[in-house]
Design a protein around this ligand. Structure first.
Ligand code: PMP
Length: 407
């Protein structure tokens, strides 16, 4: 593990050296210097430390977890429990003895688990829930499915839209006060928007709904990208759902963190079935790697790359930068919680998105150029660029130069 944190008060050159050292640890990138992977919001590349952890697990302790009396089974169980604790530490959990972590295949399954295994048991006739109608579909469909399941049992639940500001798609906290009522029982929100890169400032949702309404956070685009601290004074939410594979772990990994009393409510039966032990081993290594790299610096780097790109695009009239990213570079006076994160979505005036995707790949850039799974939005023509800590400034500059030729 050679990722080291640069000293405080570093100059940009030190940050660049830190990033170059980290980038060297991604074998797929060093093997393909002619390619630039810019689709990290879909899934992230894996550092050598994660690959090593997977090999080590499979060659020393591969067995089922939570059962068995022999050393490999015991080591697997210990590893799964260690990773549960690691997730809690990673989220800054102030009460790890009471909270719970349930492993899933990703955010979609995690949100479904909260909807199906918890929400349907919690709501009663006439209750209302607030959910996002313009975020990722994975954070809308499970709540509608829960509503349908309950309706089949004669329990009517009203699903209301979490209000958003029309230009930026940020949550509209003023309008929120008007839709919260005495029957509001649950809120689902997104931490960082997967198309606009907006940090959705969910702290203000807690202020609007009061201390007792459970909040479930889709943290697919924030865990592994920025420091997270759950609990009062930080992200005061009840559930945090994320994808391990977007946080440098293997595909098919993710988790639901449930605070305090919500843990046993979520999975009263405890373990059943065989968990994805290899994925969990990779998650332990990935979270450790990110911690050592320093999440504050990862966030600083990816946000700076997004600013760098939007600053270049601002001068190109053929492109529209979507949502609040448009103001990223211009408005540096924004307080940190309103800063935009490392995702930039754009639209070319004339070129359809899949054509733009093909042209960009002919120059070595891998970007997202088809459906972005956003609910309730016109996705036509949208191309998303999503860097991670391994992305270099030079890749972003080259991309901007290529985009500038397509006017
Ligand atoms: N929510 C958000 C905000 C996302 O960006 C994504 C992935 N694009 C998901 C949910 C779904 O994650 P997964 O594919 O891991 O289920």
């Amino acid at each position: 593990m050679s990722a080291r944190q640069p000293p405080a008060g570093r100059r940009p050159e030190e940050l660049r050296r830190w990033q170059r050292e980290l980038r060297r640890q991604f074998p797929i990138l060093t093997a393909h210097p002619e390619l630039a992977y810019l689709d990290s919001a879909a899934t992230a590349q894996k550092p050598q430390a994660v690959l090593d952890a997977v090999t080590a697990y499979l060659t020393t302790a591969n067995a089922n977890a939570g059962r068995g009396t022999y050393p490999w089974a015991n080591e697997t169980t210990r590893m799964v429990e260690r990773t549960r604790l690691r997730v809690k530490e990673f989220l800054g959990d102030p009460d790890p003895d009471r909270s719970a972590v349930h492993f899933t295949s990703g955010t979609t399954e995690g949100l479904r688990t909260v909807a199906r295994d918890w929400l349907t048991a919690f709501l009663t006739d006439g209750d209302e829930i607030l959910v996002p109608f313009t975020d990722h579909r994975a954070n809308l469909d499970p709540w509608l499915e829960a509503q349908a399941l309950l309706a089949a049992r004669g329990v009517r639940v009203r699903v209301r839209a979490l209000p958003v500001q029309p230009e930026s798609f940020d949550y509209d906290h003023r309008a929120l006060a008007a839709v919260v009522g005495p029957r509001t029982r649950f809120v689902a929100a997104t931490h960082v928007h997967h198309v606009y890169g907006a940090d959705m400032n969910v702290q203000r949702i807690r202020a609007a709904v009061g201390p007792d309404v459970p909040i479930c956070l889709d943290a697919a685009q924030s865990v592994g990208h920025l420091p997270i601290r759950v609990g009062p004074g930080g992200l005061d939410v009840d559930f945090v759902v994320f994808s391990g594979h977007k946080a440098l772990a293997l595909p098919g990994t993710g988790a639901v963190w449930a605070r305090g009393a919500r843990g046993p409510e979520l999975r009263p039966g405890g373990w059943s079935g065989t968990p994805n032990t290899v994925g969990i081993a990779s998650l332990e290594a990935a979270l450790g790697w990110l911690d050592a790299a320093g999440l504050d610096r990862v966030a600083e780097w990816t946000t700076a790359l997004a600013t760098r790109l939007t600053d270049r695009l601002r001068h190109l009239p053929a492109y529209e930068v979507l949502g609040c990213q448009a103001s990223l570079g211009a408005d540096t006076a924004l307080p940190p919680q309103q800063r935009r994160r490392g995702i930039v979505s754009l639209r070319h005036r004339d070129i359809p998105s899949d054509d733009l995707g093909f042209v960009l790949f002919s120059h070595g850039f891998m970007v997202r150029a088809d459906s972005l799974c956003q609910a309730g939005a016109d996705e036509r023509g949208v191309v998303r660029i999503s860097p991670h800590v391994y992305t270099s400034e030079e890749e972003i500059d080259r991309l901007a130069t290529v985009l500038a030729t397509l006017t």
